[in-house]
Design a protein around this ligand. Structure first.
Ligand SMILES: Nc1ncnc2c1ncn2[C@@H]1O[C@H](COP(=O)(O)OP(=O)(O)O)[C@@H](O)[C@H]1O
Ligand SMILES: [Mg+2]
Length: 246
């Protein structure tokens, strides 16, 4: 391996998934390199969410492999998956906070569950995360006291608080107004300067171009395009152009 080649953190090989008669994945291949953000495009219902969910074992592919740290995630039992989920963070479409816990308790929960940090170390980490998401005074608020934009940012903070090796974003800006979209993107950009690795699923093409290092397009059960932003913009393929033009 040349020293210029980047480490592959995640490798999806020949993934197949059907729901009844509906074929969703028909041989998906995809690699995620350390330190990159991969923008994942695809029409509605093409299987982007199923792919993301498969990576953390919330879906059961029919065949194929998802290799993370020399282990195949496909077919793992719940106990193994729990461990994977501490290393692969998942930003849900709706933030997915616990309704009855405050923001501080929501963020502290993964730390008290999965680390040996002391209460004061946990407090420090929670403060650091709340600063990152521009919500420094929100410790004692309940999720239903937050705006939609704040809920998403809190969901982001909770997904990354264990410092996962990979962060999966499934349409994180869906349903947000332009101001809140920009706030969330600014948070993700701040995170990017720390060298995170992730997959960013979105219909928001300008946002994806700002944040991603590379773009993949899921189409008809397969990865149809997988290249740089420069090359997606240059492409003359009508299908690819339809994504770029929105
Ligand atoms: N649990 C399920 N049962 C049956 N069909 C499903 C299920 N989850 C997803 N699908 C179908 O799989 C396809 C891909 O879904 P999804 O990954 O959510 O698409 P998207 O690319 O919009 O995120 C859709 O046709 C959807 O209806
Ligand atoms: Mg989806």
């Amino acid at each position: 391996m040349s020293i210029h080649q980047k480490e592959v953190l995640l490798e999806i090989k020949n993934l197949h998934k059907t729901f009844g008669y509906k074929k969703v994945h028909e041989g998906v291949y995809l690699q995620l390199l350390k330190g990159e953000i991969l923008g994942l495009f695809g029409g509605s219902g093409t299987g982007k969410s199923v792919l993301i969910r498969s990576i953390i074992g919330l879906e059961n592919p029919d065949s194929g492999e998802i290799i993370f740290e020399n282990q195949n995630i496909v077919g793992m039992d719940e106990q193994q998956l729990c461990k994977i989920r501490t290393q692969i963070g998942y930003v849900f479409q709706n933030g997915a906070l616990f309704d009855s816990l405050t923001v501080e308790e929501n963020l502290a929960y993964p730390l008290s569950e999965h680390t040996d940090l002391t209460p004061s170390e946990i407090k420090q980490k929670v403060d650091q995360m709340l600063n990152l998401i521009d919500m420094p005074q929100s410790h004692h608020l309940l999720p239903n006291e937050l705006s939609g934009g704040m809920q998403k940012r809190a969901g982001l903070a909770r997904a990354i608080i264990l410092e996962p090796k990979i962060i999966l974003f499934d349409e994180p800006t869906a349903g947000l107004d332009p101001i809140n979209t920009k706030r969330l993107l600014d948070n993700i950009k701040k995170l990017k300067t720390t060298g995170i690795t992730g997959i960013f699923v979105t219909h928001d093409i300008p946002s994806a171009f700002e944040i991603s290092d590379r773009i993949a397009i899921l189409y008809d059960g397969k990865i149809y395009f997988n290249d740089s932003i420069e090359n997606i913009k240059k492409s003359k393929d009508p299908l690819i152009q339809s994504f770029v033009k929105g």
